[in-house]
Design a protein around this ligand. Structure first.
Ligand code: FES
Length: 91
């Protein structure tokens, strides 16, 4: 079952502008690790360079990767821990 989560207004605006090709994208938060993105995506880095991918893409969440925005496994050795969880919204 899918739960609804609260999305900050600035994130909602950004999500509304995403191309619809990303309708079947799944993002899994890995325990103390990266985001695992599954599906056909377009990723645009901080310099505006677009990347397209289909399948699995692993995005750095710890900030330690030498190949950002992609995970290079550094989270395993840099002490990264993350305890945050998405919070479902009551309707
Ligand atoms: S999450 Fe893997 S290197 Fe940052």
């Amino acid at each position: 079952m899918l739960s609804k989560v609260r999305i900050e207004p600035e994130c909602a605006v950004a999500a509304a502008n995403l191309p619809r090709v990303m309708d079947n994208v799944r993002i899994k938060v890995r325990e103390n690790g990266p985001y695992l993105v599954t599906g056909a995506i377009e990723l645009i880095d901080a310099d505006g360079n677009p990347y397209t991918a289909e399948g699995n893409v692993v995005l750095c969440r710890c900030g330690g990767s030498a190949s950002k925005p992609f995970c290079d496994g550094s989270h395993r050795t840099n002490g990264f821990t993350a305890t945050e969880r998405a919070t479902a919204v009551e309707e």
